[in-house]
Design a protein. Structure first.
Length: 295
């Protein structure tokens, strides 16, 4: 569906979990010199104005980045994520929130590559314009332009369909982020099918899937279906900041499912997740779930 706009949800608790995990996955890949590729199947606009019409409507960032903004004592993985958001807000006031493309571009090295898919016509235009602005700012500061050469490429295309043409990446090292809106319940099945194909093409790749934890059957069954795909190892982490609303509306819980996670991810999450529950939780139902397994 093309009605989804992530700007309504930018900076919420789900984004905190997703972007913190993505940053740590990239840091791990960056420990070795050979290049890696990051592929984002549903890139969005890249940067979001929290005082804009979309983000300010429900102010979901107040459930995520806002409670962390003025803190100084926090786990290192959370601090790295918050510092990245602060780099987009040099005035010290929280006005802009980075989507996954911006987070990836800030972490990746000169030799690494970023491939961004976005199907929504308005979002892809904003994404391209945001990277042009980043390039102009970098050049003005005497820094490296983000999109020099083929370092960053934006595709106006369906990321589910486009992914297979990029696998395996030339370096045989990479991270694939899959976070569709799930407004269309068929997205759950498409996630499973695209990963089944991806694991054949690129079995050693790291795959990170964001998903909402909802009452609908497709959502509740997704993690179990991903466990059965046959990856060498997997990790599943969810964060609920409160119990479900009586009317069933609103996102209170979300997860990140990682296929072929680095060994460093689980111990980091065991340290960080209790702190996030305590800091972002709003009632006694706030909790996290962390589980891992091997094929």
């Amino acid at each position: 569906m093309l009605s989804y706009r992530h700007a309504f949800h930018a900076g919420n608790h789900a984004d905190v979990l997703k972007h913190m995990v993505v940053i740590q996955l990239m840091r791990y890949l960056g420990q070795k010199d050979p290049a890696y590729m990051v592929i984002d199947t549903h890139a969005g606009a890249g940067v979001y104005a929290l005082d804009g019409d979309y983000a300010s409507k429900n102010a979901e960032y107040e459930t995520g980045i806002a409670p962390l903004w003025n803190l100084r004592d926090m786990p290192e993985a959370v601090k790295e994520y918050v510092d990245l958001v602060r780099s987009l807000n040099p005035s010290g006031k929280l006005r802009y929130y980075p989507g996954s493309p911006y987070c990836a571009e800030k972490i990746m090295r000169d030799q690494d590559r970023l491939r961004l898919f976005e199907l929504h016509p308005s979002e892809v235009k904003i994404l391209e314009e945001n990277f042009r602005k980043l390039d102009a700012h970098a050049q003005a500061q005497g820094q490296r332009p983000s999109a020099r050469g083929k370092r960053v490429l934006v595709y106006r295309a369906d990321g589910f369909a486009g992914l297979k043409a990029l696998l395996p990446p030339p370096s045989r090292r990479g991270l694939v982020l899959i976070d569709p809106p799930y407004e269309d319940k068929r997205d759950y099945g498409r996630v499973v099918e695209v990963l089944k194909d991806a694991l054949v093409r690129f079995p050693t790749g790291v795959y990170a899937v964001w998903y909402p934890v909802l009452q609908r059957n497709e959502s509740r069954q997704l993690a179990e279906r991903l466990k059965r795909l046959g990856a060498k190892s997997w990790l599943n982490v969810t964060l609920a900041i409160h119990g479900p609303a009586p009317d069933g509306f609103g996102l209170h819980n979300s997860g990140m499912f990682i296929l072929n996670p680095p060994w460093t991810l689980e111990p980091m999450l065991r340290e960080v997740m209790p702190w996030l529950v305590q800091t972002l939780g709003t009632d006694d139902s706030a909790e996290f779930v962390l589980e891992a397994g091997e094929a």
